[in-house]
Design a protein around this ligand. Structure first.
Ligand code: B12
Length: 127
């Protein structure tokens, strides 16, 4: 039997904005995915938990402007741990100019404020 998609959801660094990550986590759970929600974490802990929990995909959330420092760090550490195939996605307030830089750094999808939940579910299923 095929297991359901297992996704790790975390808020990057000290980001205080919890609502978006909770709304998305609940929508993914309701769509049949297994959600591991670990609140605020730094890249090292995110990658360590992803390894231990054997997740299929990692979802980062931040609205506090720390995405350019911390999100690429998650991708880099995953590669160092031999988990470079695990897709990393990001949601929150990301200025348009940063999107291409984050994609070049290995982030697979970026979801800004107001993204319909169906679109997020569909993208994750595809990844
Ligand atoms: C509520 C709020 C707060 C609350 C947060 C509590 C809470 N409820 O979470 C409080 C008061 C704590 C707060 C604090 C701050 N805030 Co504030 N806040 C907001 C506000 C008004 C709404 C955010 C919200 O809840 N949106 C509703 C949710 C459902 O939407 P969302 O989070 O965007 O999520 C969607 C997508 O982004 C995406 N998504 C989000 N996470 C994830 C995760 C995954 C895995 C995926 C796939 C998708 C995804 O999908 C969701 C659905 O579409 C926004 C303005 C705005 N309109 O965005 C400012 C805003 C985000 N805040 C801002 C700022 C500056 C701050 C502070 C730095 C202010 C300060 N000087 O102290 C602090 C942050 C401190 C910190 N350490 O993080 C700025 C950010 C600017 C930036 N990043 O460039 C904003 C944009 C306001 C502004 N216009 O200036 N804030």
């Amino acid at each position: 039997m095929k297991r359901s998609t297992r996704i790790l959801i975390t808020r990057l660094g000290m980001d205080a904005h919890w609502r978006g990550s909770i709304v998305v986590a609940r929508a993914l759970r309701d769509a049949g995915m297994e959600v591991v929600y670990i609140g605020n974490q730094m890249p090292e802990n995110i990658v360590e938990t992803a390894l231990q929990e054997d997740v299929d995909i990692i979802g980062l959330s931040t609205l506090s402007g720390n995405h350019m420092e911390l999100a690429p760090e998650v991708v880099k550490l995953l590669k160092e741990k031999g988990m470079g195939d695990t897709p990393v996605i990001l949601g929150g307030t990301v200025p348009p100019a940063d999107i291409s830089k984050l994609k070049e750094a290995g982030l697979r999808e970026i979801f800004g404020p107001g993204t319909p939940l169906e679109e997020i579910i569909e993208s994750i299923s595809r990844l």
